[in-house]
Design a protein around this ligand. Structure first.
Ligand code: GDP
Ligand code: IMO
Ligand code: MG
Length: 439
């Protein structure tokens, strides 16, 4: 009888080259900038959740690129981009995004892998969201994200694999329409037809056919083969369906929990969790933002729009709400996701401010909280505890060495580390790849 060895013993103890970039706030923390910096030697960059609600901006060679569904890492030649099973794909928009990239010299067509299990956003979903938003007022991106995930969990969604193989496609579309018929009729809106839904999808199906694959197998094999894999989170932890400021959230898990289901990989293969934190806090859309600054101070952080990086949505163009850095959110999310290192962005935006404030905790009824409140109503009752730190006149923008930062800026970074209970591994001092301090 041949001797049988334990097939797992070796792979489980091996270190991998797989890292996760995750937003710790309400999105737009600068995840794409971090992916651009960290992706220098990456073989693969993978998205695991969300869809075209994401807007990931990278500046390179004097040009601005905004990614919505394509992983931003494909900007680097030879990087394979993965669109995971946990994503929802707006196919016509995806094809446009790939074609636009090609027109700008980035040909990703032969280096994209799309999960056959990812769900399809259809025109029906976008129409439903438009009607629902008038009642719910979440302030969504109107990309059909919520209704598509609802149909996924109601087990009537359409998936990429079904579109490509055409198995029972028309019947599934009919069932989908029938389940939503009462909604459209009640709203006094025309009920979508199968043609309306299917034609735009069928037109683009051939374009992606060769990209469709099993991403779980592809990624697990790649990670075990020692490939360098960067996992690109979208949205942020405070938009998490379970741990965010419900109901003002996105319907996915933008943190480590979403990686396992969205990519079909053992989450223990993720060697390092890199948490993204911006030097101040922003949110776009409605819902609680305890450190929000209304008026001049908020406008100072947002900027007027004169700079490329001023705080206006990369997907919807909406002005982002701004406030001081919320250290309590930071503490809670570093603990929840086991963040190994922080990537601190936009420290340069605080250049020239006389004082900088940092929220180190929340108080409710005079008591400091340990757990993050679970309802929007409770969050109205909390009082952020602020520390006032000395600002610095200039000297952070485009710096590349920690030693060359003004002393007050160094102190700010160290205080952020203390509040987070986690070291800052990178400081971003401008939108470009080079504007980065590695510590
Ligand atoms: P993402 O969704 O997390 O990838 O972030 P967005 O792309 O939506 O928004 C971040 C914005 O800040 C983009 O315009 C980036 O180019 C810009 N940005 C990132 N890091 C820095 C930085 O350190 N300094 C400045 N000034 N801009 C930055
Ligand atoms: P990136 O990846 C910031 C917000 C919307 C809304 C809520 C729900 O660029 O950080 P949805 O359309 O997802 O149902 O909207 O979530 N939101 C984002 N805010 N950055 C994002 O992505 C976001 N994606 C969704 O504004 O408040
Ligand atoms: Mg964004």
């Amino acid at each position: 009888m041949p001797e049988l060895s334990n097939p797992n013993s070796e792979t489980m103890t091996k270190k991998t080259n797989c890292r996760l970039v995750v937003g710790l706030f309400w999105g737009d923390e600068g995840k794409a900038k971090a992916v651009d910096v960290l992706g220098e030697n990456a073989d693969i960059v993978a998205r695991y959740q969300g869809g075209a609600n994401a807007g990931h901006t990278v500046y390179t060679g004097g040009e601005k690129f905004v990614f919505h569904q394509v992983p931003s890492g494909v900007l680097r030649e030879d990087v394979t981009g993965v669109l995971g099973a946990g994503m929802v794909i707006d196919l016509p928009e995806l094809v446009d995004e790939i074609r636009e990239l090609k027109n700008r010299g980035i040909d990703a067509t032969s280096r994209l892998v799309i999960s056959s299990r990812a769900h399809l956003v259809t025109s029906l979903h976008k129409r439903i969201e438009k009607i629902q938003e008038t009642k719910l007022g979440i302030g969504t991106t109107l990309r059909g994200i919520g209704p598509t995930y609802s149909d996924k969990y109601a087990r009537r969604g359409l998936r990429i694999g079904q579109l490509v193989h055409k198995h029972g496609l028309e019947e599934s579309v009919r069932k989908l329409i029938d389940s939503h018929r009462p909604f459209f009729e009640f709203a006094g809106e025309p009920v979508p037809t199968a043609d309306e839904i299917l034609t735009p999808l069928l037109e683009k199906s051939a374009f992606i056919e060769d990209m469709v694959d099993d991403v779980s197998l592809f990624l697990t094999d790649s990670i075990h083969a020692g490939k360098s894999v960067l996992i690109e989170g979208a949205q942020g932890s405070m938009l998490d369906i379970d741990w965010g400021t419900y109901p003002f959230v996105t319907p996915t898990s933008p943190a480590l929990s979403g990686v396992a289901s969205g990519l079909g990989i053992d989450p223990r293969l993720v060697e390092e969790v890199i948490g993204l934190v911006k030097a101040f806090t922003t949110r776009v859309g409605n819902g609680p933002l305890p450190t929000e600054l209304i008026g001049e101070e908020g406008e100072r952080l947002r900027g007027t729009g004169e700079h490329e990086w001023d705080e206006f949505g990369a997907t919807t163009g909406r002005p982002r709400r701004c406030g001081w850095l919320d250290g309590f959110v930071l503490t809670c999310n570093c603990r929840r996701w086991g963040v190994d290192k922080l990537f601190l962005t936009k420290l340069d935006v605080l250049d020239g401010m006389e004082k900088a404030r940092l929220c180190s905790a929340y108080k409710k009824d005079g008591k400091v909280l340990r757990a993050y409140p679970s309802t929007a109503k409770e969050l109205e009752l909390v009082e952020p505890v602020f520390e006032e730190l000395e600002g610095w006149s200039e000297g952070v923008a485009r710096k590349t060495k920690f030693e060359s930062l003004p002393e007050n800026a160094k102190y700010y970074v160290k205080r952020v580390e203390q509040i987070a209970g986690c070291p800052v591994g990178w400081i971003s001092t401008g939108p470009n790849r080079e504007n980065t301090i590695v510590r």
